[in-house]
Design a protein around this ligand. Structure first.
Ligand code: HEM
Length: 343
């Protein structure tokens, strides 16, 4: 295509879509990998959304047929690959979110005036965890079944409200239908709303300056950031694609009621030793404590300093939290399966 034709096409599009507005200036360090992790996460969610549409077209949200319907999906090479993409994208998104949060924490980007956006982020993390949980249950093998029972057990702590939210509250509603609706309708809606506010605040408040920055910030057009993000995002998809092709996700047979034989997926494994020590309620208390600490972060660290070396206590807190999570996960990984539900 000649340069003349290209610029004519650009002109036609710009007249109608005002794409030129995307060329506003942003700080140059916005193109560093650490500052692209949120955008990379977004690419992961796009892949989850597309592959989820395919899976949702064949999934049967009924206790009697759910496991069978997932088997049917994976009986074709395409179905198996798409389920693999969905499964690995979910794990990859969790990892990129954790890295995104660690970057924001280390660079003190949650500080004034970005406290509200940090809190919106905490909501995004909670929504992602809810996606992971409901997704684990939907496949309805032994692991999914036991994950669900844990949730019911925690729900009992809240009496009839708990049954309404977590249990099969009504005889007329199949419990997997309820979880399916949460996974494909309620959570995507909450995620989209939160993402919209998150993006709006990033645009309004701009990317935080580098913690050690003195003087003028160098800038680049936002379109260069979009190009960089697309390159990282496509690479992210390729890595997820390789995992999906080489390691098809596991799927056990339909569950056997009344037995407890599995351990949670790796991201929830850290809760397993806590359950061993304190019972199922520990899941609720540990999760509440984690989110309370996350919410408290911008209120605990209120100085103007952003350099990590001037925020030693906060850095120690981060190292302790990560070390604890990794240690509990390892203990969970090596612990033998044990019953927590008293069945
Ligand atoms: C669904 C997951 C999320 C997505 C898609 C997302 C997306 C983004 C994007 C695209 C940015 C722009 C800069 C960057 O990428 O670093 C950003 C910034 C930010 N995010 Fe997130 N985010 C998510 C989760 C979170 C979480 C869990 C938190 C905190 C608990 C958080 C807090 C923030 C804050 C405070 C900023 C401003 C950073 C700055 O100005 O340097 N986000 N997010």
């Amino acid at each position: 295509m000649s340069n003349k034709t290209k610029s004519r096409i650009r002109e036609i599009l710009d007249e109608r879509l005002k794409l030129g507005a995307l060329s506003y200036e942003i700080p140059k360090h916005g193109n560093n990998l650490g500052y692209c992790l949120g955008g990379i996460t977004l690419f992961g969610f796009i892949l989850l959304f597309i592959t989820g549409l395919y899976l949702g077209a064949f999934y049967y949200p009924d206790v009697a047929k759910a496991n069978w319907s997932v088997r049917l999906i994976t009986s074709s090479a395409l179905g198996s690959f798409i389920r693999g993409l969905h499964y690995w994208a979910a794990q990859a998104v969790l990892i990129s979110i954790i890295l995104h949060v660690v970057r924001i924490y280390i660079t003190g980007s949650y500080k004034k005036p970005r406290e509200v956006n940090w809190l919106i982020g905490v909501g995004l993390l909670a929504t992602t965890i809810a996606f992971l949980f409901t997704g684990t249950v939907l496949k309805w093998d032994q692991e999914g079944y036991e994950a669900y029972l844990h949730n019911v057990e925690i729900g009992k702590m809240f009496g009839s409200l708990g049954t309404l939210l977590f249990g099969s509250a009504s005889e007329t509603l199949n419990l997997l239908t309820k979880i399916f609706i949460t996974h494909v309708s309620l959570l995507p809606l909450v995620l989209l709303l939160l993402l919209f506010v998150h993006a709006f605040l990033i645009k309004q408040l701009e990317i935080s300056p580098l913690p050690w920055q003195k003087g003028e910030t160098e800038t680049v057009p936002f379109t260069s950031h979009l190009k960089k993000l697309t390159a990282y995002g496509l690479l992210f998809w390729v890595i997820i694609g390789i995992f999906a092709a080489v390691f098809p996700p596991p799927l056990g047979p339909a569950p056997i009621e009344g037995i407890e034989a599995t351990k949670p997926p790796w991201f929830f494994l850290g809760l397993y030793p806590l359950e061993d020590l304190f019972g199922v309620r520990a899941i609720f208390y540990a999760t509440t404590l984690l989110f309370a600490l996350l919410v408290a972060v911008p209120f605990m660290d209120r100085t103007e300093d952003r350099e990590p070396q001037k925020r030693k206590l906060m850095m120690i807190g981060l190292i302790v939290a990560l070390a604890l999570y990794i240690t509990l996960t390892l203990i969970g990984a090596f612990a033998g399966p044990s019953a927590h539900l008293g069945m």
